[in-house]
Design a protein around this ligand. Structure first.
Ligand code: 6CS
Length: 314
């Protein structure tokens, strides 16, 4: 067996290291029968190109961010809703592992587009970096914010009064440097590894959302696997949930120190008070109704079920 596994990140970053570890485990378990080539981001095009490659079966496996599938799988934009999941990455990960709304209902909606998400996992809590201090919604007024391509992510920043622009992360460093955009959201490890802190002066510890990625396979290819191989894939996907939790935790902790200790390119860390966080939450809340009425193709059913699961978990 020779499979291709594409990721949206580069060597050292969580998605890429995940895919390498996955490949290693599959190779060992199959006594060398399964060889998976892991592709770094960039070699096969943009994040959106990679979605198309998985759908067509050019690649068998991909780590994919729902933030790049929103124009197609509307429901997947659920992850754009800010302050929905708990602030704790651990609690969020447990919900991602057990959620029927995601692992059954949302999965079926992706499968209509030949994408089978086998697991959902967090790459950490997201923070805002910016060219100015962001500590209340008014600071976002007309602020040029870079986002991924899902329309609901843009909508979420418009709710704060911002002026969002979707782009691939491959263009982001230069765009921040030139001021084409003034800020962005990502987990800390990614901000540090991609050096966005070099071209940003502030990082708000907003924890406004968890970054969620999916381990995906081409639906027809997966259905065609023999039972033994399918079981091996499924088991490895399950094992990897704990592995990736530890990996993101380590990387996010390490990069926070790196960013704090970078005296050459200092970044001011902005902590939000409960009141300040509440002000963002208030603005974010109505986006859920917009999701239910304008985005969802199933009357918000996946969201309502997920909210029940989140409430039960908390
Ligand atoms: O901001 C982005 O678009 C990128 N962020 C992460 C954490 N992974 C890949 C993604 O393309």
């Amino acid at each position: 067996y020779n499979w291709k596994f594409v990721t949206e990140e580069v060597e050292g970053q969580v998605q890429y290291e995940y895919a390498q570890e996955f490949a290693k485990r599959m190779n060992e378990k199959s006594d060398g029968a399964v060889n998976i080539d892991v592709y770094e981001f960039g070699g096969l095009g943009s994040e959106t190109n990679q979605v198309e490659q998985l759908q067509s079966g050019t690649v068998e496996m991909a780590v994919m961010s729902p933030g790049f599938t929103g124009n197609m799988v509307k429901e997947g934009q659920i992850f754009a809703l800010q302050f929905l999941f708990p602030e704790s990455v651990e609690k969020t990960q447990n919900i991602l592992n057990d959620s029927e709304a995601l692992n059954t209902d949302l999965r079926e909606l992706y499968e209509e587009h030949s994408i089978s998400p086998l697991s959902f996992w967090s790459e950490g809590a997201m923070q805002w970096t910016a060219s100015k201090e962001i500590s209340e919604p008014a600071d976002f007024e007309n602020f040029k914010m870079r986002t991924q391509t899902s329309p609901l992510i843009l909508k979420s920043y418009e709710a704060y009064g911002a002026d969002p622009t979707p782009m691939s992360w491959s263009e982001l460093y230069t765009a921040l440097d030139r001021g084409t955009v003034e800020g962005q959201e990502n987990p800390i490890f990614f901000i540090g590894d991609a050096s966005f802190n070099e071209v940003q002066d502030y990082m708000t510890m907003s924890n406004h959302n968890n970054y969620v990625a999916m381990t995906t396979v081409n639906t027809d290819w997966y259905a065609g696997l023999d039972e033994e191989m399918k079981t091996m894939v499924d088991e490895t996907v399950t094992e990897m949930q704990d592995w990736v939790f530890e990996e993101q935790k380590k990387q996010n902790e390490e990069y926070l120190e790196t960013i704090k200790n970078d005296t050459e390119n200092p970044t001011e860390i902005v902590e939000l008070s409960d009141e300040q966080r509440e002000a963002f939450k208030e603005k974010a809340e109505p986006v859920r109704d917009f999701y239910r009425s304008e985005v969802s193709t199933v009357d918000g059913k996946v969201l309502d079920k997920l909210i029940e699961e989140i409430n039960a978990a908390e």
